[in-house]
Design a protein around this ligand. Structure first.
Ligand code: SAM
Length: 358
């Protein structure tokens, strides 16, 4: 190995170096917390602290039925991470209300436990993606490591729970009226089907069919859908599912994962009624790389490298749009499928919601 040169004296800005080391400490601290946060969830530690208030390690160990010595170390790391508060006088630990929104309250708009599962799945994916990175080609969605599908579904569910029925559907032209009176809807690339189930519960007169090409996701979705009778699920390709005459087709965070998104757009257009609507929910992104060099773009580019790109490149055509494609690229794909109008109907810091009409 060649000897690594240290920059010459004067070439190094010590303040910048110190700042960057500070960032690295924080980054590594976050990465080191992935396993601990997931164990906290597995043992119900956040929920116990949220429900019962401040506790010592001995008290919490009793409630959660875990080993006190391990728990004490875990609690100390969590307090050092600012995930829990430590009260030195009483030696108790508590979950502040703001942290509870992230770690304990599943329906909160900022519940992020799914994000930690996604991070673990990205690491599990490394050997397969690393091989593809060298040789080209993709890694099929169904071959991805761990339970990528469960992690992704859990990560997105809070956003759908808080925005889909309350904000995103009403932002579409005339769609809520149709859904109220009875419409036919396809949720394409539905994964575990949380979006399908949420819409089905909100609009009992409409019928919802979730399609996804991954059979085990469809099985899982069908188990979530036991309560709403107006939702069903079928294995189907985005550019080949069988239904017709839909009033609304939805695609949640999946268009960029497809190998042939323009082919999917064309099939979706043909499956819609003439006055139908296609709602496309995609990760928030600017059109130029420099617009995405921020914390949200950082996470999405990571997910894109480890999950979205390999998924797209494993399919026929293999366009590889990437999770940060941006609105201009998405418009190209949508209009290539024969849609005449596309507009941004709504947005959150994490998502853009596009409405396409035939
Ligand atoms: C990131 S996941 C999103 C799942 C779900 N819509 C959600 O928001 O939780 C992408 C989904 O797209 C599906 N998918 C990818 N390419 C597809 C294709 N060509 N046809 C149908 N489904 C596809 C995958 O199986 C996966 O469930």
């Amino acid at each position: 190995m060649p000897k690594q040169a240290t920059p010459a004296a004067g070439a190094l800005d010590q303040n910048k170096l110190n700042q960057f080391i500070g960032q690295m400490l924080s980054d590594l601290g976050g990465a080191s917390s992935i396993a601990l946060v997931r164990m906290g969830e597995a043992f119900g530690l956040y929920k116990a602290l949220h429900a019962k208030g401040p506790m010592t390690s001995a008290e919490l160990a009793k409630v959660a039925k875990v080993n006190e010595r391990y728990l004490r170390e875990w609690l100390s790391q969590q307090a050092a991470s600012n995930y829990l508060a430590y009260h030195a006088k009483t030696r108790k630990f508590s979950l502040p209300p703001e942290q509870a929104m992230v770690f304990a309250i599943e329906d909160s708009p900022v519940y992020m436990m799914g994000g930690f599962d996604v991070m673990a799945a990205l690491l599990d994916n490394q050997p397969k993606v690393q091989t593809a990175f060298k040789k080209g080609g993709g890694v099929a969605w169904g071959d991805q490591a761990g339970c990528m599908f469960c992690a992704v579904a859990k990560f997105f569910r809070p956003g759908y729970h808080n925005h889909l029925v309350a904000e995103w559907l009403p932002a579409l032209d005339g769609v809520v009226e149709k859904l109220k009176s009875g419409a036919k809807v396809a949720d394409v690339g539905c994964g575990h089907g949380w979006s399908t189930v949420l819409m089905a519960k909100a609009f009992p007169r409409s019928h919802f069919i979730g399609y996804d090409f991954h059979p085990s996701s469809i099985e899982e979705a069908a188990s979530h859908a036991k309560s709403p009778k107006n939702a069903s699920f079928e294995v189907g390709l985005a550019k080949g599912y069988p239904g017709k005459d839909f009033d609304l087709v939805t695609c949640f965070d999946c268009l960029h994962d497809m190998g042939d998104p323009a082919g999917a757009a064309s099939h979706i257009r043909q499956s819609l009624k003439r006055d139908g609507t296609w709602m496309i929910v995609e990760p928030m992104a600017g059109d130029r790389l420099e617009q995405n060099l921020n914390p949200v773009g950082r996470l999405y580019y990571a997910g894109s490298t480890m999950v979205c790109l390999p998924t797209s490149l494993s399919q026929e055509v293999g366009v590889g749009l990437g999770a940060q494609a941006g609105e201009a690229k998405l418009r190209e794909v949508i209009t290539a499928g024969g849609f005449r109008s596309v507009r941004r109907a709504a947005e959150t810091p994490f998502n853009m919601i596009l409405e396409a009409r035939p």
